[in-house]
Design a protein around this ligand. Structure first.
Ligand SMILES: Nc1ncnc2c1ncn2[C@@H]1O[C@H](COP(=O)(O)OP(=O)(O)OP(=O)(O)O)[C@@H](O)[C@H]1O
Length: 260
C-alpha cells in the first residue's frame, strides 16, 4: 500500500505564512547509507497559530524543524521564514535570522547557571546589542508568571520554572516564529501543562507563532493544528485537536512508522 501524501504543492497560493516549506527534501548520507529524512514536503505554518508536529520516531519531525529554522542545510526545495528564503542565506545572514526572527525552546532548558532568570531572558538581546522593549518584556514575564522570580538563578527554580525562563527568553526578542523541540520532555505533567499553557497564551494573547515537535498527544492538544509526518511525508493535518483524536491517529502508524 502506498502512503497517502497531503503535501501537494501550494506554490500558487498567495498567503502570508509565517513559515513555509516547498518541496523540501533532506537526504542524509550517500549511496547505501543514504536516508531520505524529508521527501518533497510542502507545509505552511500560519501566523498567530500554534502548530504541533507529530509522527513516529524517525519520521522527520526534528529534521523539518531544523531545516525550517536554518539549523540544518537542505538537499533541495525551499524553506522560508516570512519573506526570507532560509536556504540561500550566507552564514552571517543566517546567524542574524536565527537571532532576530526565530525563537528556540529545547527539551534541555539551556540556561546559564551563573545568570539570574532575568539575565538569562535578556541574554540573546544583550549579545546582539539590542535594548529590550521594556513593555514587551514586562508582558512576557507576567505572561509566563515569573515576575517574582527574576532574581533567582536556575538552580533556585523548579524544572517547570526553568523552562518558563527559556520560553520567556525565546519570546523576549519578539520573534516572527518560535520553534519548540519537545519542550515538555523533561518536565512532570503539571509543569509540562504550565509551559504548554504559556505557549498557548503567547499565541492567543500575544499573537506569536509557535511550531512544536512532540510525541505527547496531550501536549499536541494544546495546539491549534497537528501536522503528522511519516517516513518524510506529511500524511495528515488535524485542526482543533483533542488528545484522544491525536492518540487515535497515532495508533494508525505501524511498527515501521507507516500509516494506514
Ligand atoms: N545527522 C544525521 N545523519 C544521518 N541520518 C540522520 C541524521 N539526523 C537524522 N537522520 C535520519 O533521518 C531520519 C529522520 O530523523 P529525525 O530526527 O528528523 O526524526 P524524528 O521524527 O525527529 O525522530 P524522533 O521522534 O526519534 O526524534 C531518521 O531516519 C534519522 O535516522
Amino acid at each position: 500500500m502506498t502512503t497517502p501524501h497531503l503535501d501537494a504543492p501550494t506554490t500558487d497560493r498567495i498567503t502570508a505564512a509565517a513559515a513555509r516549506a516547498t518541496e523540501l527534501t533532506k537526504v542524509y548520507g550517500q549511496d547505501e547509507t543514504q536516508v531520505v529524512a524529508l521527501d518533497a514536503v510542502n507545509v505552511e505554518f500560519q501566523p498567530a497559530e500554534f502548530t504541533a508536529i507529530m509522527g513516529p520516531s524517525g519520521s522527520g519531525k526534528s529534521t523539518l524543524m531544523h531545516c525550517m529554522a536554518g539549523l540544518d542545510t537542505i538537499t533541495s526545495g525551499s524553506a522560508r521564514i516570512g519573506d526570507t528564503e532560509v536556504t540561500t542565506l550566507n552564514d552571517k545572514k543566517l546567524t542574524r535570522l536565527r537571532r532576530d526572527k526565530v525563537g528556540f525552546i529545547f527539551q534541555a532548558f539551556n540556561l546559564l547557571p551563573t545568570l539570574t532568570a532575568l539575565e538569562n531572558i535578556t541574554l540573546p538581546m544583550d549579545i546582539a546589542g539590542r535594548k529590550p522593549d521594556q513593555q514587551w518584556l514586562d508582558t512576557v514575564v507576567s505572561t509566563v508568571g515569573l515576575a517574582g522570580r527574576l532574581k533567582h538563578r536556575p538552580n533556585q527554580l523548579s524544572g517547570g520554572q526553568q523552562q518558563r525562563v527559556a520560553v520567556a527568553r525565546a519570546l523576549a526578542g519578539r520573534p516572527e516564529i518560535m520553534f519548540a523541540d519537545e519542550p515538555t520532555g523533561n518536565l512532570d505533567s503539571r509543569s509540562g501543562a504550565e509551559v504548554l499553557g504559556f505557549l498557548r497564551t503567547s499565541v492567543r494573547e500575544l499573537g506569536q507563532t509557535v511550531v512544536m515537535v512532540t510525541h505527547d498527544p496531550v501536549a499536541a492538544s494544546y495546539s491549534d493544528r497537528v501536522v503528522f509526518l511519516a517516513d518524510g511525508h506529511i500524511v495528515d493535518d488535524m485542526h482543533s485537536p483533542t488528545a484522544d483524536a491525536v492518540l487515535d491517529r497515532m495508533k494508525r502508524f505501524d511498527a515501521k512508522g507507516r500509516t494506514s
